[in-house]
Design a protein around this ligand. Structure first.
Ligand code: AGP
Length: 615
C-alpha cells in the first residue's frame, strides 16, 4: 500500500505535500517523492524531487533543492514492483505527464511490451511509469487534451489504482482516478487537497468528497468536476468529519502505537456508545440491517492478520450466543476456494482499514455466490463497508484513526463490535434471556476500567520486556478464548521486534512443539482463570520441567501460579466474556517495549504497511 497526496491552491505546494505525506508514512515508507508545476519565464515547468528511504531523506533533499509552485502531487511508497530506490520512487513521468499511484497495474507486463515496441524509453522497473507513458502517447498520437487522453489511457489498464496526475500544459489542474484503492478530496477556500485518507489533510480541512469506484475527478483550486471513466457526470456528497487534527498526532506519546494502546479505554467507550440500551435491555446495532438476517443458518468470518484473530474470538463467542455454526477463514484462502455459501449464509468481513485486498476479494467472492455480507470496520465509507452497504451493512468500530502499523485499539474494538453483533443476532433469534443480555452488557461496561487497570502495569511490563532483548524465538500459549490472544501476541512480537514468535494452543504443545523448549526459549503463558485453567497450569508445568523461561499472564490474586513463573503480569479478574480483550493488553505492551528496547522503528516496522491493498 502507498500514500498519495495532491494540492492545488494559493499556498506553497511543497510545504503542504511534505506535511501531508508525513501523516501518510504509515502506509508505506521505503521511498518518497513530490512534483510541482511552476512558471519559469513564460513557460510552465515540472519539478520532481525523489529519495529512497524514509520521508526524512526527501525532506533533506528538498531543503537543498526546493520546488516552486502552488500545485503538486506527492507519494510515499511500499514497493510492489521494483526495488525501493530513487529510480523507482514516485512521481513517474513521461513528458508532459507526471503522476503518483497507489495500487497495482495487473496487466503492466503486456503494456510494457506494447510501449517498448512503440519506441518508449522506460526509466524505472515500476508498473506505475507505464500509465504516464500511456497518457502521453494518447495525447501525442491522437492530438487530444489531458482529460481525454487520461480517460483513454485508464480504459487500457487493469488492476487497482488510485492516481493523481499532472500535465505540464495545464498548470491549474490535477486529475484523480479511483479504482479499488482509496482516494479522497479535501475541500478548502480557493484550494483543494487530494489524499489516500483523511488524516493526511485533516489539519487543512474537515470537508471531504470520498471518490467511488470508477470515478475521475478534475480538481482545480475553485472547482471539482467528477465523472466516470466514460465522462458521465457523477454526484458525490460532501462529508464533514468531526475529528480534530490532534487525533492524527502523537499527543506527547513517543510512538503512535503507545498512544493507541492507551487510547483503548476511550475507543471501547466510543464503540459502545448508544449501543447498550438498559431501558429496552437490548443492544442497538446502528448500520446493520438485522431484518435481512432473520433466516441465516450459518456464519462465515473472513479477515487477515490481527483482524483474523478478532474473528477467532468471535467464532468462540458467537457460536455460543447465536447457536449457529461459525466458520472462520483467512481471506486469502477463502477467496480462492469453491466455498459453500448461499443466501442463508452471513459472511462477515473484519477490517480496520476497509481496504485490505484479500478481505475485499473474499467478500466479493461470497457475494457472487449469493451470501449476505456484513463488515466490522474502522474506516468510514472505505471499500469494504461500501460493498456491504446494500447487504447486511457495517458495524463500525469507533477507535478513531489508527496510525501505527501494528493494530491495537482497532483490534480491541473489533472484539467489542463482534461481541455486540453476537448479542444482537442472539436476541433477534430469541437465543438469549434478558438477564443474560444484561449480564453481557454490564460486562462490556466494565471493559474500559479493566483495561485502565492493566495499563497501570506498563512500567513493570517494560522492565520484563528488557530481559528478552536478545531473544530470537518465543512461544505464546493459550487455550479457549485465549488461544487467539496467544496468536495475536505472537503476531505483535513478530511484526514489531522481528523475533520469531509463535502462538500455540497450549494443549497442542505435546504434539511436537514442546521439542522447542529449552532454557533459552521464553514462553508466555496466558493462564487467567477460565474453565480450562487447570489444563493450562499442567501445560505450564510441562514447559517448566523442560527448562522453559515462563512469563505468566495471571489473574491478580493468583499467587500460587506466580511462584511457578520467572516473570508474571497480573490482570484483573473479569467476566469470561471480556477476558480476551483484557488479556491482550499486556502482550501489546510487551511487544511494544521489547521493540523499543531493541531500538526498532515501532510505528513503521520493516517490510510492512498499514493496510495491504494488494494481493
Ligand atoms: C496487525 O498488527 C497488522 N498490521 C496486520 O495483520 C493487519 O491486522 C492486517 O493486515 C489486516 O488489516 P485490516 O484490518 O485493515 O484488514
Amino acid at each position: 500500500m502507498c500514500g498519495i497526496v495532491g494540492y492545488v491552491g494559493h499556498q506553497n505546494a511543497e510545504t503542504i505535500l511534505l506535511d501531508s505525506l508525513r501523516r501518510l508514512e504509515y502506509r508505506g515508507y521505503d521511498s518518497a517523492g513530490i512534483a510541482t508545476l511552476f512558471l519559469a519565464n513564460t513557460s510552465c515547468q515540472t519539478a520532481i524531487r525523489r529519495a529512497a528511504g524514509k520521508l526524512e531523506n526527501l525532506r533533506e533533499f528538498v531543503k537543498q533543492n526546493p520546488c516552486q509552485g502552488t500545485i503538486g502531487i506527492g507519494h510515499t511508497r511500499w514497493a510492489t514492483h521494483g526495488k525501493p530506490t530513487e529510480k523507482n520512487a514516485h512521481p513517474h513521468q513521461s513528458d508532459p505527464i507526471t503522476l503518483v499511484h497507489n495500487g497495482i497495474i495487473e496487466n503492466h507486463l503486456q503494456l510494457r511490451e506494447q510501449l517498448l515496441s512503440a519506441g518508449h524509453q522506460l526509466k524505472s522497473d515500476t508498473d506505475t511509469e507505464i500509465v504516464a507513458h500511456l497518457i502521453a502517447a494518447e495525447k501525442k498520437n491522437n492530438q487530444v487534451n489531458f482529460i481525454t487522453a487520461t480517460r483513454a489511457a485508464v480504459q487500457q489498464i487493469r488492476g487497482a489504482f488510485a492516481l493523481a496526475i499532472l500535465d505540464e500544459n495545464e498548470q491549474d489542474t490535477i486529475v484523480c482516478i479511483k479504482q479499488a484503492c482509496p482516494l479522497i478530496i479535501g475541500i478548502g477556500q480557493h484550494e483543494n487537497f487530494i489524499a489516500s485518507d483523511f488524516t493526511a489533510i485533516l489539519p487543512y480541512t474537515n470537508q471531504f468528497i470520498i471518490l467511488e469506484e470508477g470515478d475521475m475527478a478534475v480538481v482545480k483550486k475553485d472547482t471539482i468536476h467528477i465523472t466516470n471513466f466514460d465522462g458521465v457526470e457523477q454526484n458525490r456528497p460532501i462529508k464533514i468529519l468531526d475529528w480534530s487534527p490532534s487525533v492524527a498526532e502523537k499527543n506527547g506519546f513517543s510512538h503512535f502505537m503507545l498512544k493507541e494502546i492507551f487510547e483503548q479505554p476511550l475507543a471501547i467507550t466510543d464503540t459502545l456508545r448508544e449501543r447498550l440500551s438498559f431501558i429496552e435491555n437490548k443492544v442497538v446495532l446502528d448500520g446493520v440491517h438485522l431484518d435481512k438476517l432473520k433466516h441465516i443458518n450459518r456464519i462465515c468470518i473472513v479477515a487477515c492478520g490481527s483482524s483474523f484473530h478478532a474473528g477467532m474470538i468471535a467464532k468462540y463467542q458467537m457460536e455460543d450466543l447465536v447457536k449457529l455454526p461459525v466458520e472462520l477463514d483467512l481471506a486469502s484462502e477463502f477467496r480462492y476456494r469453491p466455498v459453500l455459501v448461499d443466501a442463508h449464509t452471513l459472511v462477515i468481513g473484519i477490517s480496520q482499514s476497509g481496504e485490505t485486498a484479500d478481505t475485499l476479494a473474499a467478500l466479493r467472492h461470497a457475494q457472487n455466490k449469493g451470501a449476505l455480507l456484513l463488515s466490522i470496520c474502522n474506516t468510514l465509507e472505505s471499500s469494504i463497508p461500501r460493498l456491504c452497504h446494500h447487504s447486511a451493512g457495517t458495524l463500525y468500530t469507533r477507535a478513531g484513526p489508527e496510525i501505527s502499523v501494528a493494530s491495537t485499539k482497532a483490534f480491541i474494538t473489533q472484539i467489542v463490535a463482534l461481541h455486540l453483533l453476537g448479542l444482537g443476532l442472539a436476541q433477534q433469534r430469541d437465543q438469549i434471556t434478558k438477564n443474560d443480555i444484561i449480564e453481557h452488557m454490564n460486562a462490556l461496561l466494565q471493559l474500559p476500567t479493566a483495561i485502565e487497570t492493566v495499563l497501570q502495569e506498563d512500567s513493570l511490563i517494560q522492565k520484563i520486556a528488557q530481559h528478552f532483548v536478545s531473544s530470537t524465538d518465543m512461544l505464546f500459549l493459550g487455550r479457549g478464548a485465549l488461544y487467539p490472544i496467544a496468536l495475536e501476541g505472537a503476531l505483535k512480537m513478530k511484526e514489531l521486534s522481528y523475533v520469531h514468535a509463535e502462538g500455540y494452543a497450549a494443549g497442542e504443545m505435546k504434539h511436537g512443539a514442546i521439542a522447542l523448549i529449552d532454557e533459552k526459549m521464553p514462553v508466555i503463558v496466558l493462564a487467567a482463570q477460565s474453565h480450562v485453567y487447570e489444563k493450562v497450569v499442567s501445560n505450564l508445568e510441562e514447559v517448566k520441567t523442560r527448562g522453559g523461561c515462563i512469563v505468566g499472564i495471571l489473574d491478580e490474586n493468583d499467587d500460587a501460579l506466580k511462584s511457578r513463573c520467572e516473570f508474571s503480569i497480573h490482570i484483573p479478574v473479569v467476566p469470561k466474556s471480556i477476558l480476551a480483550p483484557v488479556a491482550t493488553v499486556p502482550l501489546q505492551l510487551f511487544a511494544y517495549h521489547l521493540a523499543n528496547a531493541k531500538g526498532l522503528d515501532v510505528d513503521q516496522p520493516r517490510n510492512l504497511a498499514k493496510s495491504v491493498t494488494v494481493e
